[in-house]
Design a protein around this ligand. Structure first.
Ligand code: ATP
Length: 710
């Protein structure tokens, strides 16, 4: 990387030229891809990397951003024969967007349709087939797979990519993979022994053969401290890939800006007016900031002369409808420059062609969970050095780039090396349940790379006991705990599904849980809040948001049914009408379709479990009682001043909270259950439904026995 330089936040005009975007034939495209592959820094060390993987069961690979680790290494291993006997190379990623976009790219490079030799799997979306050999997936997905196949016997190699992010799933996966490696190498030794001992135990031997090859494990990132991981894996070898494809020049401000949003605007305009053609990517902390900056940029453009107005603003954040997220990959029209306003969703793994300039204000919004108060806070904090490196690395991927950091260079030195591991700041209930289902009895003693706090363990174990997933002896209960672990859901949602069968409302709960499982059904631009409310009045249930979600789903189902005709087949035209309907109601059509897919999968899951699927019809009391019986850890009571207070065992941990303004609940009911408690500008409870406080002692006596009552 070039020496840091300082830059001025002044604006000047500069004429630019964009070359015409020409469409190449598929042959020419393929030749171009091959040439590109050969030019990546990793290409020159292919042979050495393959040899290292052959020699070592665990390998740590560190290489500059854009050097070709994620896209090329799996192809090297495939070509070297690691996928013999139908085995797979699996690559985990921390985010869905990165997983999908990288898989698409590698399929293109291999000249195959996505889902054939190269595929991907993310929760509720599997684009693989029996011919898939290179499989990209989220880290959480591989953890789930381990529940069904504890030896991960289909995989010859597993690459844990972007490990510096230290997501909770990556951390748990590392511990688990260590155990799997041990178990598989033991099974190799045992099998050799058994082979000698007895020829007539042929069948058992064959069975063991399926899991006898040792598991190769590769830990990878551009910004990891190899020592920590090497130590964790008993002195595993680390390989450093030298060089990057294109340089990225770093620039810093003289002083920290007073308001980084203003500084961001200045930086964007400065680049637009003074720098050579090339798109801009700026990292902000969330939707609100992105929308403010979008408006500021658009207003500023109005003041510029006509020939300087050719700047397109494209936002990307996680609650944005997926179709709109994909717009970041669409090239700007000839003569235009594109500026992408992104959260850290675009920080790792992704390559957005055309990005030449990165602007980094140096902040990120991170989640912190307080296990005592059950409160999740979203707090804006400075990024770590690893994140700064990843951000600058989004430039320099298809040509030389520049990164403008909106902080002085000496501030960079003060940043933490890596982000705080998620496992130290999240609710552990789901992880504990999965570990228990994997047969890890002593979860506190599990070999985590960094152990979560004792308090987090205690609170999550308590919650799982209250939900009936664990016995008082901390064992997985049968059948409830086992059933809960089988469902790819948070424990409270799983419990709600299982219980709803008894309350005769599994139909409704399947819908509610499916809708809660997608990132966000409604897309609400801040300036259109009122319009969204008016147009969606028809779905609103005064009793609460869970029923509102059920109403939206059923209305959308009617739209789909109406056009499916006798054949039951839905054509693209039906979906066009569906999308139009969604747009009218400010609904993210991809999220809603996703909810329909999740619904189908969960329905299959509960059918396999033998749960009785029935509808409560108009008797919605049953549905609300069932919510009370499952969401009883998330209850808030109205206080005389009209503000709500959460209920906790220890009054010190009770919090004053507000029902989220987007809620459909009417009036101010005495008592509500809620889905999540998040602190943004205030402490909000989201997805609330009214219940009767007196139900709690009857429906959740384990938590609301008389002596616990307030
Ligand atoms: N979707 C894509 N479109 C165009 N080019 C791409 C795409 N994905 C990858 N590339 C090209 O391949 C190069 C290598 O990408 P790859 O993701 O393998 O690098 P990496 O070393 O894993 O980077 P990082 O550590 O940032 O994830 C990129 O620099 C870019 O030139």
């Amino acid at each position: 990387m070039a020496q840091g330089r300082q830059f001025n936040n002044s604006t000047k005009t500069l004429k630019r030229n964009f070359s015409e975007h020409t469409q190449s034939s598929s042959y020419a495209k393929r030749q171009k891809l091959l040439k590109h592959k050969a030019s990546l820094p990793i290409a020159s060390v292919e042979k050495r990397l393959v040899e290292e993987v052959q020699k070592h069961d665990t390998l740590i690979i560190v290489g500059e951003t854009g050097s070709g680790k994620t896209t090329q290494l799996p192809q090297f291993l495939y070509n070297a024969g690691f996928c013999g006997n139908g085995k797979l190379v699996g690559i985990t990623q921390p985010r869905r967007v990165g997983t999908v976009s990288v898989a698409k790219r590698v399929a293109e490079e291999c000249g195959v349709a996505l889902g054939e030799k190269v595929g991907y799997s993310i929760r509720f979306e599997d684009v693989t087939s029996t011919s898939t050999r290179i499989k990209y997936m989220t880290d959480g997905l591989l953890l789930r797979e381990a529940l069904l196949d504890p030896y991960l016997s289909r995989y010859a190699v597993i690459i844990v990519d972007e490990v510096h992010e230290r997501t909770v799933h990556t951390d748990v996966l590392l511990g688990l993979l260590k155990n799997v490696q041990n178990a598989r190498s033991k099974s190799v030794n045992n099998d050799q022994q058994l082979e000698k001992e007895s020829a007539d135990q042929c069948l058992g031997f064959l069975k063991r053969c399926q899991r006898r090859s040792p598991l190769k494990l590769i830990i990878m990132s551009a910004s990891l401290d190899a020592r920590i991981f090497s130590q964790y894996f008993g002195g595993a070898k680390a390989v450093h890939i030298q060089g990057r494809q294109f340089p990225v020049d770093m620039f810093y401000t003289y002083h920290p800006p007073q308001y980084y949003l203003d500084a961001s605007l200045t930086a964007i305009l400065q680049i637009h007016l003074e720098e050579d053609p090339g798109d801009i990517l700026i990292f902000l902390t969330g939707q609100e900031e992105i929308e403010s900056l979008e408006k500021l940029v658009k207003d500023s453009l109005k003041q510029l002369p006509e020939n300087n107005k050719k700047l397109i603003v494209v936002p990307i954040f996680s609650s944005l409808p997926s179709e709109r997220q994909m717009r970041v990959f669409v090239p700007a029209p000839p003569g235009f420059r594109k500026v992408i306003l992104a959260t850290n969703i675009a920080e790792t793994s992704v390559t957005i062609p055309g990005i030449k300039y990165v602007v980094d204000p140096g902040f990120v919004k991170a989640r912190f969970y307080d296990p005592n108060k059950r409160l999740e806070s979203l707090i804006v904090i400075p990024i770590s050095k690893a994140q700064a490196l990843q951000r600058s690395g989004r430039a320099g991927r298809d040509g030389p780039g520049k990164c403008f950091c909106l902080y002085p260079e000496n501030e960079f030195e003060k940043l933490e090396e890596s982000p705080k591991p998620e496992i130290k700041r999240c609710n552990l209930s789901n992880i504990i349940l999965q570990l228990k289902a994997l047969g890890v009895d002593d979860v506190v003693g599990f070999g985590f790379i960094e152990k979560p706090s004792r308090q987090s363990f205690v609170k999550s174990l308590e919650e799982l006991i209250l939900l009936g997933a664990l016995t008082d002896e901390f064992k997985l209960s049968n059948p409830v705990g086992r059933q809960m672990a089988c469902l790819p859901l948070d424990p409270i949602y799983s419990k709600a599904l299982i219980l709803s069968s008894e309350f005769n409302c599994l139909e409704e709960m399947l819908i509610a849980v499916s809708m809660l499982s997608v990132k966000s059904i409604f897309f609400t631009p801040s300036e259109k809040l009122e319009e969204v409310r008016t147009v969606n009045k028809c779905f609103e249930s005064p009793e609460g948001d869970h029923l509102t979600l059920v109403n939206v789903y059923r209305a959308s189902n009617e739209i789909l049914e109406k056009w499916s005709g006798d054949s039951g087949l839905r054509t693209e035209n039906h979906y066009k009408i569906f999308r139009k309907w969604c747009k009218k109601h400010f609904i993210d059509s991809r999220s809603l379709r996703h909810a329909h897919d999740i619904h189908s999968q969960l329905r299959r899951n509960v059918e396999q479990m033998g749960l009785r699927i029935a509808s409560c019809g108009d008797d919605l009391l049953q549905f609300r009682r069932c919510l009370a019986a499952s969401f009883f850890c998330n209850v808030a009571l109205k206080q005389p001043d009209g503000i709500y207070r959460t209920l906790a065992n220890d009054p010190m941990n009770e919090l004053a909270v507000h029902i989220h303004p987007s809620s459909s609940i009417q009036g101010k009911p005495e008592c509500v259950v809620f889905d999540e408690l998040v602190e943004t500008s205030k402490k909000y409870i989201r997805h609330t439904t009214m219940i009767d406080y007196l139900w709690l002692a009857e429906l959740a006596p384990q938590r609301y026995a008389l002596e616990n009552q307030v």
